[in-house]
Design a protein around this ligand. Structure first.
Ligand SMILES: C[S@@+](CC[C@H](N)C(=O)[O-])C[C@H]1O[C@@H](n2cnc3c(N)ncnc32)[C@H](O)[C@@H]1O
Length: 431
């Protein structure tokens, strides 16, 4: 975030000296001057650090003992600015009950392991054995074990040790979390993922359950029961901050929109608009389709909505805004207060966004300027690493060659052109 928002003043804390040391190394390599990193407890934040517009506590609440959970809430209450927003993620019930079965089994089996590596190996071993033994049974339990084992198999040991085997692992129902927040004079705004609120086309079979209450938290709690939710990313603010129960449509006049839709023309002339894992539409209302296709040409940049809305006949504006808002809650669009612009034209001596180039040099993903995690192939990584303003396209073709064995120079150049387009679209390119 410090790299993405140079004018923001960022502070990162963790009790772990090692993690903070690593973070400091990254910040120094990137030459970031707007980030302070300290190995301290969240309960010891110095008074003179003042208040924060955003407090982000990812993977903390469920992994600390109850007294520190309370300290986290107290800290948010004391340190949020009047209009500030806190993000707190947590393992969620009822879904986490199922994961807990695995945790308990792995903890039981690994209690004598002497090192973290031995613990991880032993945990994987018991999970694999029990999954294999139960595989033939065709039961709900065996199906669950198989899915979980598949997920855990590809994760690093650090994930297994932190997410499953840490000493503290507390899961919360949403209603318990909100009660804890309210007890510290904090209000629940929403989950970060708006699509999980059941606001847009909830499955008809859900409606009788949702209709039993008008209370938003209770409704979301029922949805959690139905989908067996196991992780949440909740947003909180001070209880006295002015929170509107619904977002007024008029606000769209002042917002910028970012589209997540992929547009595909089918053989029968119908176009499909889809967001992987979230949404798929065969065709769309004419104005909405125009907006999506216009955004498709903007290579991942945002666009102000005012001009688009005002160009529509007045009689149709309200209905259009309603449809846009529906698609915001369905995961098709994101609304932004500020424009999100990034480079769309590649220079002859391309330059990657410095954070992306650095991340590509050490891992299989990079954070885009849209704050999205972009998975990277080896070839994409090699290209990004050489996009430093000192290599032209032929030199980058040369650099990615080892990752395209058996391909001709011409084929690689074509492949690289596609890769560059994708990197531009993902917001990983600076020039
Ligand atoms: C599951 S890890 C999550 C790490 C990181 N936030 C992330 O999302 O990858 C939990 C972290 O909480 C840190 N932690 C535990 N107690 C803490 C405290 N009182 N103050 C600050 N950090 C704490 C641990 O050092 C550990 O790094």
């Amino acid at each position: 975030m410090a790299a993405l928002f140079p004018l923001a003043e960022c502070v990162g804390i963790d009790m772990s000296v090692r993690q903070i040391k690593t973070a400091k190394r990254h910040a120094a390599t990137l030459g970031l001057k707007n980030v302070k990193l300290e190995a301290i407890s969240l309960s010891d934040i110095p008074e003179n650090w003042g208040q924060f517009d955003y407090i982000i506590a990812h993977g903390i609440l469920s992994w600390v003992a109850p007294p520190i959970q309370k300290k986290l809430m107290e800290m948010c209450r004391e340190r949020l600015s009047p209009q500030g927003v806190a993000y707190i993620s947590f393992n969620t019930l009822p879904g986490w009950h199922m994961v807990r079965m695995l945790r308990d089994m792995m903890l039981f089996h690994t209690q004598d392991a002497l090192t973290p590596e031995a613990k991880a190996t032993s945990a994987r071993d018991i999970l694999q054995k029990v999954t294999a033994i139960t595989a033939q049974r065709g039961s709900a339990y065996s199906a669950f074990l198989q899915t979980e084992q598949e997920t855990i198999k590809n994760k690093p040991d650090a994930y297994l040790l932190h997410d499953h085997l840490e000493e503290n692992n507390h899961a919360f129902y949403l209603h318990e979390f909100v009660k804890l927040a309210n007890a510290h004079a904090l209000a629940y705004i929403a989950d970060m993922d708006l699509t999980t609120q059941g606001k847009v086309n909830p499955p008809p079979e859900m409606l009788p359950v949702l209709a039993t209450t008008q209370d938003r938290v209770r409704q979301e709690q029922y949805i959690d029961f139905i989908v067996s939710r196991r992780f949440r990313c909740a947003l909180l603010c001070r209880q006295e901050a002015p929170l509107r129960p619904e977002i007024p449509l008029g606000i769209l006049h002042t917002m910028h929109v970012l589209s997540h839709f992929a547009v595909k023309a089918e053989q029968d002339g119908v176009k499909t608009y889809s967001v992987p894992g979230k949404l798929a539409m065969n065709g769309a209302d004419a104005d909405v389709a125009t907006l999506i296709e216009l955004m498709d040409k903007k290579a991942g940049q945002s666009m102000p909505l005012a001009g688009f809305i005002e160009a529509l006949p007045i009689a149709g504006q309200q209905a259009f805004m309603q449809k846009v808002m529906t698609l915001v809650f369905a995961g098709g669009f994101t609304l932004l207060q500020e424009p999100m612009q990034h480079c769309t034209v590649l220079s002859a001596w391309p330059v990657a966004f410095p954070l992306a180039r650095y991340q590509a040099s050490m891992q299989e993903w990079a954070m885009s300027q849209r704050m999205e995690v972009c998975p990277l192939t080896m070839m994409e990584r090699a290209a990004l690493c050489h996009m430093d303003g000192y290599h032209d396209i032929p030199q980058i073709v040369e650099a990615v060659k080892p990752y395209a064995p058996g391909k001709s120079e011409g084929d690689i150049a074509v492949l690289l052109a596609d890769i560059m387009q994708k990197l531009v679209r993902d917001g990983l390119v600076a020039a």
